[in-house]
Unconditional design. Structure first.
Length: 397
């Protein structure tokens, strides 16, 4: 990360750190000063698409990777994931698999080993059966499995462009022979590619390689985001957006201190969030909140108490119906909830500013509370069918 930060802060000779929020091997600068000569985005950073009530955002995309030694070799599983087919009877398994692109002979063999109950069927393929599928068949199969909502493991897989996969492989520390093997298992996914099944890659690998495969697989695309505050900025307008109705003077004070001429400055967005969100953004979940998702995060976003509240999916659904009202997705502000839907899949997040939100894709212990943009969520969901976006705002009490 050191070279990344050197690139991000190149041309900022008067940078001054006044607060640090630490993540996994990653320091997040809370405040830096600007000189009048360097008020554009530094190398590698991107400015907001437009200026809004939130001001102008500066973002640097990065891939969140966990510490290698925190990974257990057995987490690189050499047994393929099961395929869950809800609402399918034993007699219909082979036909359903054929509809999903599996060749007839293989579909019949897989159906013979399926276990079924009143809720549907579970197919347990072996590695040879998975690798026997063509790339086209695997692409269709994984889309169908993800779309039915019962195979969350598919959407926990990395989805990137081929170029981005190659760049991640180059920095992974994996042997070159493993690069080719991984690339052979990438299958098309909308505008990119997905690495959905690790078992053929993990089989027979050393413990060190297994750890590195998991780190590569679990890499999560996120962003470091800062508010660009130019000299004489409208402090009241920015303070109203970032502090809102919260009883806090710290956000406005920070903005005011940086808006004084001649310098201006940059303020880490995470530093301006409520305590609950501030302690989690771009960090891994605590052990007792691994099962939490973006809906849970959105409901508790404004909490002053950063401690982990109970995870209660039924209660959270009731809270949305009782405590939140719908609004137009183009009218969202800080703290509003966004709900993306495609097929039977739902992904929730909390809106931050511009097109940025905090969400969590999947419930692996390696999935952080990531700052992402809407486009990255759409890229994941688009292959599952038309994507709808609903927005909600907490009702005033």
């Amino acid at each position: 990360m050191s070279s990344l930060w050197r690139q991000f802060y190149r041309g900022l000779p008067w940078s001054l750190v006044v607060g640090v929020a630490s993540g996994i091997g990653l320091g997040v600068l809370a405040v830096s000063l600007l000189s009048g000569e360097h008020d554009d985005a530094p190398g590698g950073a991107q400015l907001s698409h437009s200026e809004g009530a939130w001001g102008i955002l500066e973002r640097l995309p990065f891939t969140f990777e966990v510490d290698l030694q925190s990974i257990r070799p057995e987490e690189c599983r050499d047994v393929p994931n099961s395929w869950v087919l809800p609402g399918v009877s034993a007699a219909d398994v082979a036909g359903r698999l054929r509809d999903m692109g599996v060749p007839r002979t293989l579909a019949d063999a897989l159906a013979g080993g399926a276990s079924c109950d009143a809720a549907g069927c579970e197919v347990r393929p072996d590695i040879d059966q998975v690798t026997a599928l063509s790339r086209k068949a695997r692409s269709r199969l994984f889309r169908e499995l993800a779309a039915n909502g019962a195979n969350a493991w598919v959407l926990e897989a990395p989805i990137r462009t081929r170029r981005a996969f190659k760049a991640s492989l180059e920095s992974s520390g994996l042997p070159q022979s493993m690069h080719a093997q991984i690339e052979a298992h990438l299958v098309p996914w909308g505008r990119g590619f997905i690495l959905a099944e690790l078992a053929p890659i993990c089989r027979g690998a050393s413990d060190d390689v297994r750890r590195r495969v998991v780190r590569f697989y679990q890499g999560n695309d996120s962003a470091l985001v800062r508010l660009l505050i130019r000299p004489n900025a409208d402090v009241e307008r920015l303070g109203l957006y970032w502090a809102g109705s919260r009883r806090t003077t710290s956000v406005r004070s920070l903005i005011r201190s940086l808006a004084k001429p001649p310098c201006g400055g940059r303020l880490d967005v995470g530093h301006m969030l409520p305590a609950f969100a501030r302690e989690r953004v771009n960090r891994l979940p605590d052990p007792d909140e691994v099962a939490a998702d973006g809906l849970w995060f959105a409901i508790h976003f404004n909490r002053v108490d950063p401690r982990t509240p109970p995870i209660d999916p039924a209660g959270e659904a009731q809270s949305v119906a009782r405590d939140w009202r719908p609004l137009a997705s183009q009218s969202v502000a800080l703290g509003d909830m966004l709900l993306f839907s495609a097929g039977s899949v739902r992904v929730a997040g909390v809106h931050i500013a511009d097109d940025m939100l905090i969400t969590r894709m999947g419930k692996s212990r390696f999935r952080p509370w990531a700052l992402a943009d809407r486009e990255s969520v759409l890229r994941v969901l688009e292959p599952l069918g038309p994507v709808s976006i609903q927005a909600f705002r907490r009702r005033e009490r």
